[in-house]
Design a protein around this ligand. Sequence first.
Ligand code: NAP
Length: 259
Amino acid sequence: MDLGIKGKRALVCASSKGLGLGCAEALAQAGVNIVMNARTDGPLQEAAQTLRDRFGVEVVAIAADITSEEGRTKVLEAAGEIDILVNNAGGPPPGMWSDWDRDDFISALDANMLTPIALIKALVPAMMDRGWGRVVNITSQSVKAPIPVLGLSNAARAGLTGYVAGTSRQIAPSGVTMNNILPGIHATDRAVSLDTGVSTQQGISMEEARAAREATIPARRYGTRAEFGATCAFLCSQHAGFIVGQNILLDGGATNATL
Ligand code: NAP
């Protein structure tokens, strides 16, 4: 399917690996020029070169912490005119509800709520002026069904979801759509670190930890970054202009709910 977005320009945050990279790859495959970002320059530049070689699009790669004001300024200065914004950053650490103090919540809110909001505020006005734009926020299945050990993530991402629900309706008249994708478990470094935690706690191998988790998912496997990226690219396509303010769950059926 031709997504109809060839020649557009996308900022994909936190995209040297994992789900962000999947989004950058799928958008580049659709002919979109990419501004990529991650904190560590080496893997970021490698990923950028691979995209240029595979898809022949223009790729700008900016090493910066997207959750800091300084990092965002650096990325925005290099980004130029952006038609498509994919918001992403690392997730907060796990813990117990009673462990977290005010500073922990402020860090989680900064990374997973206030950073995407700052980028939306920086880039959406020009999209509205041009009469076309797409915003996709990578959140988590924990927005629909809480993951108790990820209370910081549950809280910050729910806050972003509330903001997006209202804001997406305010910007839609100008031809800018905004939606969230909610990943369940995907085969990325984040999944390796979650499985490592289970393996250590329960004294089982990594393979056993993964198999135990897969058994809880109706699809009986982890998602791939390619599947995730394809969904993101579709939401950014011309065909998705009537999809506004939605929360798209990609979890292999793991969240047991009718709606
Ligand atoms: P990942 O494989 O660990 O990749 C994270 C990417 O983000 C890397 O490119 C990393 O590069 C970059 N990054 C992290 N923090 C950053 C920051 N502050 N500024 C700029 N770049 C940053 O993670 P993932 O699995 O793709 O997860 C992406 C998001 O989805 C996370 O918020 C995660 O919590 C959420 N999520 C993932 C899953 C899953 O199963 N994978 C499920 C639910 C939710 P550097 O380290 O070099 O910065």
